[in-house]
Design a protein around this ligand. Structure first.
Ligand SMILES: Nc1ncnc2c1ncn2[C@@H]1O[C@H](COP(=O)(O)OP(=O)(O)OP(=O)(O)O)[C@@H](O)[C@H]1O
Ligand SMILES: [Mg+2]
Length: 368
């Protein structure tokens, strides 16, 4: 039996950036008259527009992917056009992986050449491995070799991504030194090598909270330009980031429509920012900070969870008690110290704040 052509492909849970934003990338490429570095799909200007939002030449709206200082993105894009690799550094949840994916999608049209860094990342997953059936049958040959994402990117002149670089054991990290400085990957077993084609570069991400796992060697650090992604500068920026992503996620997850929950978004962002900075918004009350990072990424999941609760178990409107449990879960990470911090915040700040009594009651119920 053949599948009729009209049958739609099953919807994937999370499409790659180049597929999800194919229309925007296409419109940008068509109207892009500026010079493109070798093998880039777009000019550096157009890559920047893709990341920060704007309009393509034909008027197509380009949604902002990253909300933050323009200069950071310009520096990141310019780095990719040089022979240096790019390291995106920052606390958890500051869009490092997100920016890396979108940069790769815009520059190479492919964000999938990815090595996920862990303590178990082996040299093989950075260089190449062998297909043992082929190897036994025909001996060492190019056919028996299984390429790593890095090797594939080198041969094709594309962007390779390395996630959580500092979780990779130091000796394995050092594999990158030859690749980044010589732009070649030797294959001693075959007396051969893969030389990087123009357009090849690496975007790595690392979390500066997990430091102490495996620091970057200075030899490797010298081969990267580092761009530090900050936490959102203002509450307005953070509300914009969270609103936009919550809306997009709700759409992909096909959550029932919950009316734009601006008031709760603002509340979650306020709680997170106050606890993170250890100071209330009006600058009057000092607070203790909990152990978690309370990043925009966590605010996004608190709200998405809240919307699911409101849609399936509530009356379809996001209410304080739909976000209270999520907030508590994000704040209380260390079971001994954080509950004290939270209770103090609840009693000294939340309790007496105008318009927050419903939220106060919901939190009290949870802690009881
Ligand atoms: N400044 C920002 N602009 C746009 N989106 C943002 C921003 N900050 C955070 N986000 C959103 O936060 C979410 C999580 O980001 P991401 O997973 O890339 O964080 P990360 O820095 O890689 O964190 P980790 O260190 O935990 O890996 C993404 O959905 C992203 O859209
Ligand atoms: Mg990440």
């Amino acid at each position: 039996m053949t599948t009729p052509l009209s049958e739609p492909a099953p919807a994937v849970l999370r499409p790659h950036a180049e597929d999800a934003y194919a229309r925007e990338l296409d419109a940008l490429a068509k109207g892009d008259t500026l010079a493109r570095p070798p093998r880039w799909n777009l000019s550096p200007q157009a890559v920047t527009t893709y990341l920060l939002g704007g309009r393509a030449a034909d008027g197509t709206e380009i949604t902002p992917k990253y909300i933050g200082p323009r200069r950071l993105i310009e520096v990141a894009v310019a780095t990719l056009a040089t022979d240096r690799a790019l390291l995106l550094l920052g606390v958890p949840g500051t869009a490092k992986s997100w920016v890396s994916e979108h940069l790769a999608a815009a520059v190479s049209g492919d964000s999938t050449l990815l090595v996920q860094g862990t303590a178990g990342t082996s040299e093989e997953s950075m260089r190449y491995g062998w297909n043992y059936a082929q190897l036994l049958a025909h001996g060492p040959s190019r056919e028996a070799l299984t390429s790593s994402p890095l090797m594939t990117a080198m041969a094709a002149g594309k962007v390779a991504r390395i996630e959580e670089l500092t979780r990779i054991p130091a000796d394995v990290q050092d594999t990158l030194i030859t690749i980044l400085s010589e732009k070649t990957l030797p294959i001693p077993e075959l007396g051969d090598e893969v030389q990087a084609v123009k357009g090849f570069t690496v975007i790595a991400t690392a979390n500066d909270r997990d430091r102490g796992v495996n620091d970057l060697s200075s030899a490797l650090r010298r081969r990267f330009n580092t761009v530090v992604l900050p936490l959102p500068a203002s509450a307005e920026d953070e509300v914009r980031i969270v609103s936009r992503r919550v809306e997009e996620l709700g759409r992909t997850l096909e959550l029932p429509d919950v009316p734009a929950a601006q008031q709760e978004i603002r509340r979650v962002v306020t709680v997170f920012r106050e606890l993170r900075s250890g100071l209330t918004e009006d600058g009057r009350t000092k607070l203790k900070s909990p152990s978690g990072t309370l990043s925009p990424a966590e605010a996004i999941s608190v709200l998405t969870g809240g919307i699911a609760l409101a849609a399936h178990f509530g009356d379809g409107t996001l209410r304080p008690h739909d976000v209270a449990a999520g907030i508590l879960g994000a704040v209380v990470k260390d079971p001994s110290a954080d509950p004290v911090v939270w209770r103090e915040y609840l009693e000294t700040v939340v309790r007496s704040r105008d318009g927050w009594s419903g939220f106060y009651e919901a939190c009290r119920e949870l802690s009881a």
